[in-house]
Design a protein around this ligand. Structure first.
Ligand code: RRO
Length: 312
């Protein structure tokens, strides 16, 4: 049995799709996602102008996950408008989501307007947790700036679902501060979490760090971050209730990991590190594992899981 999901008015054939980051920058990569069992196509975070990103090496895999400092390498939002048109004409059935980043509120407004007015884009994910841009703090760690930005974004006319990619919060006081801001606006969804920064991995054999940019500090994904992601999903559900859909992201590499994110109260999930490692074949494997795990537990509906974390 397959399990489909909904994000407001947008239907998803499965609960699993890609996160913005791995293998979603070029048109060929986006087409490969379209031809896979990814439930939607989420594009790499885009900025007003194209960017080369940080110097190499800027991404490395390790046993427990990955570290990156890509630096927002992307083709600029105008290219992603063209890609959305081409993808929609060839493959009309899957939702297309963009991921938006700016360097000032006006950038965000320009991109939100452009994508709200585009007939091919279905969902707007706004990345408030873009790391790796040299010495700019993440917006989502600046509560005043976040509030001001959200007020401007929601003043832009448009009917497409808007959500926010959030960084991990490590102190419940901070989670609550962000939840109180989100509650002031008609936020459709949040994606929890972006990678965990600023981390250093050292290779003892070469006696070097793994990546070059920004004093070798990078952003962690994979097994390392799953408990952090689950905690953020759960805490935001407790604070926001059912009015905001939560998309779980962090450390998902098996069907059981999907199940755990849904128990924590995610309604959809995104894959990051596992997609870098295995390429798009991971979607079919993980969808199958999830379906098998659900049947082993005799569950026939997602509501039997999403609502059912047994609290102690
Ligand atoms: O491009 C990146 O370095 C990057 C981004 Br925009 C992001 O949102 N998360 C991440 O881990 N890397």
């Amino acid at each position: 049995m397959t399990f489909s999901a909904k994000l407001w008015n947008v239907s998803f054939p499965w609960v699993v799709y890609n996160s913005s980051g791995p293998r979603c920058t070029t048109l060929d990569e986006l087409k490969a996602l379209w031809n896979s069992e990814s439930s939607a196509i989420l594009m790499k975070s885009c900025s007003p102008l194209p960017r080369d990103g940080n110097p190499e090496p800027r991404y490395k895999e390790v046993e427990l996950g990955s570290i990156n400092s890509i630096g927002l390498a992307n083709h600029g939002y105008k290219k992603y408008l063209e890609y959305a048109a081409e993808l929609k004409s060839e493959f009309p059935d899957k939702p297309i989501s963009v991921s938006i980043v700016g360097f000032c509120p006006e950038d965000f407004i320009e991109l939100v307007e452009a994508f709200q007015n585009d007939e091919n884009v279905d969902i707007l994910e706004i990345n408030l947790s873009c790391p790796n841009v040299v010495w700019k703090p993440q917006i989502a760690y600046d509560f005043e700036a976040s509030d001001e930005l959200l007020s401007k974004i929601f003043a832009v006319p448009g009917s497409k679902p808007i959500g926010f990619k959030l960084p991990p919060y490590f102190d419940p006081v901070h989670t609550e501060m962000m939840a109180n801001i989100l509650k002031k606006y008609p936020v459709n969804f949040i994606t929890c979490i972006n990678s965990v920064g600023n981390t250093l991995i050292i290779d003892p054999e070469t006696e070097s760090p793994l990546i070059a940019p920004k004093w070798w500090l990078g952003w962690l994904g994979g097994d390392y971050v799953k408990p952090v992601a689950l905690a953020n999903v759960r805490m935001f559900y407790k604070l926001l209730g059912e009015s905001v859909t939560i998309i779980g992201c962090g450390g998902i590499k098996s069907g059981v990991d999907v199940f755990e994110h849904l128990l924590a109260w995610a309604s959809l999930v995104q894959l990051g590190t596992v997609l870098w490692k295995e390429d798009v074949a991971c979607f079919e494997r993980i969808n199958k594992e999830f379906e098998e795990y659900m049947s082993m537990k005799w569950y026939t509906s997602l509501n039997q899981v999403i609502w059912k974390l047994k609290e102690l």
